[in-house]
Design a protein. Structure first.
Lengths: 413, 397
C-alpha cells in the first residue's frame, strides 16, 4: 500500500516539476532557518569539545541577597570567599573551579593597543574544561601558588599580537602588568571557556579579592558522574541557606543555585534568583512556540500550493472514491505525500544548513563560532520537517477527502 | 471594471481567503521590521545631549571592593591626570555614556505629588566640560555648591516637564525617597536632552546629581577625560601608566567614547539585522508561494481566458486583468492588516515607540514592498496567460 502511495507521489511530483521545486524551496528555506537556530542553541546549551563535560558539571553563576523585609536586594557574581568557604568543600565533588568573567583589557605593544577579553582562572579550571593546546603548556597549581605572571592566549589573539612568530616565551603588557605567554590554545566560544587571554588568579594586582563575598567569580562544580547532580544541587541550596553575609543586618537571606547552562540562562533572563526553579522549561517552551509560529507562514504557503494541486487531481480522487476508498484513506494518502516531500526537503535543508553554518563561521560575525550539524540537530530537523508536513498537509487533505465522487470524476470540483 | 474584478475575486473566496491570509501575515511581518527600523532612524536623528567626540572613559576596577573611596583619592586622581599634556578636563561619574546600564530612582513631584521615575547619574563638577553637555538654562555644578544645605540637581527638559508640569523648574526644590531617607534637592540647571545609551535610546527622564565626596562618603568608578582633539589611541598606554602610578592595586578599563559608541550601536543594531534577515527569508517564501498559486490559477482559467480572447479582448487586457486581480487581492488583505495594526498606536500599546509618524511611514514602506512583490509575482503568469492562442485555449483539456 505504502509502495503505491510512494509511486503515486513520485508521479505527481514529477508531473509538475516547477511546483515540486517551489514546494521544496519553501520547505528548505523554512527548515534551514529553524535548523540553524537549533544548531546554535544546541552549541550554546549542550556543547561538545572544550566544555564537553557540561553534562557532568553545574555552575554557580550569581549570588542573590535580600534584606528581611525584601526592600533591599542585591544580585552579583560570586566573590572568592564565597567559593572558597561554601562551595569548595561540598562532599562528593571531583573538582571545583573558580573563574572570573571575560573582562576587556588592553594589551600594549609599543604604540599598538589591542583590546582582548581576559579571564583569571584557577588551576582546576584547566582540568574541568578540555582545551586544545596548540603550543606551550597550560598553567599549573605550581604557577598559581608561586603567583607567576604567566598567561595563555588563544590562537586568533596570538596571531594578532605576534603574527606568525611563536607566542610562548614572549612577554606582553596587559593593562600595565607584564605577563609571560606560556601557551596557546584553540579558539572557543563556549560560555565558560570563551576568552582571548587567561591568567592565574594570583596575578590580581592585590589580594583583596580573597576577602570578598561578592565579586566577579563563577564556580564550576564537576561531579563524579551525572547521576550525582541532583544531590549536588541540593547541597548547594543548603550551603546557601547556611550563608551568613558580611553585613547580616542589611542582607538577612542569601541564595545561590547549582545550575546547568540552560538554567543559568533562564535564571538570568527571568530573574528567578530567589526560587529553585530557574524557568528553563518555560524558556524552552517559548522557543518551541516561536518556532511553530515561524512555521505558520510557510505552512500557509504550502497549503495554498497543495490546494491547487488537489483540484488538478480531482479525476484521480473521483476514481478512487468510486471504487470505495474512504475520505480518511484519501486524506491519509495526501498527508503521507506531503510529509514525504517535507522529509526530502529536510534532507536538502540539512545540507544547506551545513553550508549556512560554515558561512557563518567564516564570516566571523560571531567570534570563534564553531558549530556543526550532529545527530541531535539532524533528529530535530527531521522532527521539524515532519511537524511541518503534517501542519501543511492537513487542510488540503481534509478538503480533498470531502470531494463528491460524481463531480470529481467529471473534473469540475 | 472594479466591480467585475471584485465579483471574480469573491467567486473564488476559499482559495483567495488562504492567499490573503498569507499576504496579511507577510504584510504584518514587513510592517514590524519597517517600524523597528524607522523608529531607530527617528531616534538616531534626535539630539543625544552631549558631544563626547574627544572624550575618553576610564572604568576603575577595584576587584569586588564595594566600600566608599575617600575624597582625597579622587583629588589625587584628578590632579595626577590633569598633569598629562593631552588631558583638558577630568570628571567623575557613576557610569560612562554608551554603556548598556540603567540606574533609576523615583522622585515625588512637588507640583502634582505624583511619583516620577527617572534615570539618575552622579556627576562631578568637571563632567559637563569633559563630555560637552550644553546647558539650555541655569548652570552646571561647581564649587559654589560645596557644603550647600540643599544639594543641586540638573534635569533634562523631559524630566523638568514631568516633575514640574506647567511651571518653571529652575530654582525649585524636589525630594526623592530612595532608601527610606528623604532628601531635598534644588534644580540649578536644565539640559535639552541626555540619552546616555546613545542615539538609539528612547528619550527618557534624566536627573543628574552632584558627586561630592567631601560631603558624603561615596563611590563612583568612572572617570571621564576631555583630551586634545586628534589624540591617538596610543595615548592609552601612557594614560594607563599614569593611573598605575596613582593607584597600583586597581585595574583600568580605558576606552575612547567614539569606540564605545560604535560598540553599543553594533550591539543595538544586531537584533534588527537578525529580524531583517529572517524577514527576507519569509518574503522569499511568500514570493515563491504567490508565484506558484498564480501560475496554477492562470492554468486553471485557460478556458475563461480563451473565451475572453475570442470575444475580442486584447493580450494587454488579459495581462492587465491578471495583474489587477492580484493587486486587488493584496490591497484587500492589506486593508484588513492596517485596520488591525492601527489598534497599536490607537490604544498606545507600544507607547512612544510606535507613534503615528512611524506608523504611517512603516505602513507606506510595507505596502510598497507587498505591492512590488505582488506585481513581480504576477508578471510572468500574466504574460503567459496573455500569450495564449484563443483557439488552443478554448480547446484546452
Amino acid at each position: 500500500m505504502l509502495r503505491n502511495y510512494l509511486l503515486t507521489a513520485w508521479k505527481v511530483f514529477m508531473r509538475r516539476k516547477l511546483f515540486t521545486a517551489i514546494n521544496l524551496a519553501c520547505i528548505v528555506l523554512t527548515l534551514v532557518v529553524l535548523m540553524v537556530t537549533t544548531a546554535l542553541l544546541e552549541t550554546a546549551f549542550f556543547p561538545t569539545g572544550v566544555e564537553g563535560k557540561s553534562g557532568r558539571f553545574l555552575q554557580v553563576y550569581s549570588i542573590y541577597s535580600e534584606s528581611a523585609d525584601r526592600g533591599t536586594q542585591r544580585t552579583s557574581r560570586l566573590g572568592w570567599k564565597t567559593v572558597e568557604r561554601h562551595l569548595k568543600h561540598l562532599p562528593g565533588l571531583e573538582r571545583v573551579a573558580a573563574l572570573t568573567g571575560a573582562n576587556q583589557v588592553s594589551v600594549y605593544q609599543g604604540d599598538r593597543v589591542s583590546e582582548l577579553d581576559m579571564r583569571r582562572v584557577d588551576a582546576d579550571y584547566w582540568k574541568i574544561l578540555d582545551f586544545k593546546v596548540l603550543g606551550g603548556r597550560l598553567p599549573t597549581e605550581d604557577d598559581e601558588r608561586a603567583g607567576r605572571m604567566v598567561a595563555v592566549l588563544n590562537e586568533t589573539s596570538a596571531r594578532r599580537l605576534f603574527g606568525d612568530a611563536a607566542a610562548p616565551g614572549r612577554r606582553i603588557s596587559v593593562g600595565g602588568q607584564s605577563f609571560e605567554v606560556i601557551g596557546v590554545v584553540a579558539d572557543v566560544l563556549h560560555m565558560n571557556a570563551y576568552a582571548d587571554i587567561w591568567a592565574p588568579l594570583t596575578t590580581f594586582p592585590s589580594t583583596d579579592y580573597r576577602s570578598r563575598e561578592t565579586g566577579d567569580f563563577t564556580a564550576l562544580l564537576l561531579a563524579k558522574n551525572a547521576a550525582d547532580l541532583p544531590r549536588i544541587q541540593r547541597d548547594v541550596e543548603r550551603a546557601a541557606l547556611g550563608f551568613v553575609s558580611d553585613d547580616p543586618h542589611r542582607f538577612a537571606l542569601t541564595r545561590f543555585w547549582g545550575d546547568s547552562k540552560l538554567d543559568v540562562f533562564a535564571r538570568e533572563l527571568l530573574h528567578n534568583y530567589d526560587q529553585a526553579d530557574s524557568g528553563g522549561a518555560r524558556v524552552l517552551a517559548l522557543v518551541g512556540a516561536a518556532m511553530l509560529l515561524f512555521m505558520l507562514l510557510p505552512a500557509l504557503n504550502l497549503v495554498n500550493l497543495n490546494m491547487g494541486r488537489t483540484l488538478e487531481r480531482s479525476t484521480e480522487i473521483g476514481v478512487r472514491k468510486a471504487f470505495g476508498a474512504t475520505g480518511l484513506q484519501l486524506a491519509g494518502q495526501l498527508v503521507v505525500e506531503n510529509v514525504l516531500l517535507c522529509l526530502a526537503g529536510g534532507l536538502l535543508g540539512l545540507a544547506c544548513t551545513q553550508g549556512v553554518l560554515w558561512l557563518l563561521e567564516q564570516s566571523h560575525l560571531i567570534p570563534y563560532l564553531e558549530v556543526g550539524v550532529n545527530l541531535a540537530v539532524f533528529g530535530c530537523g527531521m522532527l521539524l520537517a515532519f511537524v511541518f508536513g503534517l501542519l501543511s498537509g492537513l487542510v488540503p487533505a481534509w478538503k480533498m477527502s470531502r470531494l463528491d465522487p460524481v463531480h470529481a470524476l467529471k473534473g469540475n470540483a | 471594471m472594479l466591480r467585475h474584478l471584485l465579483k471574480l475575486t469573491w467567486q473564488r473566496k476559499t482559495r483567495n481567503l488562504m492567499l490573503s491570509l498569507e499576504i496579511l501575515l507577510a504584510f504584518a511581518i514587513v510592517f514590524g521590521i519597517a517600524a523597528f527600523g524607522l523608529r531607530y532612524l527617528q531616534l538616531y536623528r534626535m539630539p543625544i545631549g552631549f558631544d563626547g567626540r574627544d572624550t575618553w572613559s576610564v572604568q576603575l576596577r577595584t576587584d569586588g571592593a564595594e566600600e566608599a573611596i575617600p575624597a582625597d583619592v579622587y583629588a589625587t586622581l584628578r590632579r595626577g591626570l590633569m598633569e598629562l599634556p593631552e588631558v583638558r578636563e577630568v570628571g567623575f561619574a557613576s557610569y560612562s555614556p554608551y554603556r548598556n546600564a540603567n540606574w533609576t530612582t523615583t522622585w515625588k513631584s512637588p507640583v502634582t505629588g505624583a511619583k516620577v521615575r527617572t534615570n539618575i547619574m552622579q556627576a562631578s563638577d568637571g563632567v559637563a566640560a569633559a563630555l560637552g553637555i550644553p546647558l539650555v538654562r541655569g548652570r552646571w555644578f561647581s564649587s559654589v555648591d560645596e557644603g550647600a544645605a540643599v544639594e543641586p540637581v540638573v534635569l533634562n527638559r523631559r524630566a523638568a516637564a514631568a516633575l514640574f508640569p506647567g511651571v518653571d523648574a529652575l530654582g525649585r526644590q524636589l525630594t526623592d525617597t530612595e532608601d527610606g531617607a528623604t532628601r531635598t534637592r534644588r534644580v540649578v540647571g536644565i539640559v535639552d536632552e541626555f540619552r546616555h545609551k546613545g542615539p538609539l535610546m528612547a528619550p527618557d527622564n534624566f536627573v543628574m546629581t552632584r558627586f561630592a565626596p567631601l560631603a558624603r562618603k561615596d563611590r563612583v568608578t568612572t572617570v571621564l577625560l576631555r583630551v586634545a582633539p586628534g589624540t591617538p589611541r596610543a595615548f592609552e598606554a601612557r594614560l594607563n601608566e599614569r593611573l598605575k602610578l596613582l593607584r597600583n592595586d586597581w585595574t583600568y578599563e580605558i576606552a575612547p567614547l567614539p569606540a564605545k559608541r560604535a560598540a553599543i550601536m553594533k550591539e543595538q543594531l544586531v537584533p534588527l539585522a537578525v529580524v531583517a534577515i529572517v524577514g527576507a527569508f519569509v518574503l522569499a517564501m511568500v514570493a515563491f508561494g504567490l508565484f506558484g498559486v498564480l501560475w496554477q490559477n492562470t492554468t486553471q482559467r485557460i478556458p475563461e481566458i480563451g473565451l475572453r480572447r475570442a470575444l475580442g479582448a486584447r493580450a494587454a487586457d488579459i495581462y492587465r486583468q491578471i495583474v489587477a486581480e492580484q493587486l486587488l487581492l493584496s490591497s484587500l488583505a492589506m486593508v484588513v492588516g492596517l485596520l488591525l495594526l492601527a489598534q497599536l498606536p490607537l490604544t498606545g500599546a507600544l507607547g512612544a515607540s510606535l507613534d503615528w509618524t512611524v506608523f504611517g511611514a512603516a505602513a507606506l514602506v510595507s505596502m510598497a514592498t507587498i505591492y512590488l512583490l505582488s506585481l513581480l509575482c504576477s508578471l510572468y503568469p500574466g504574460w503567459r496567460a496573455s500569450r495564449l492562442d484563443p483557439v488552443d485555449a478554448l480547446h484546452y483539456e
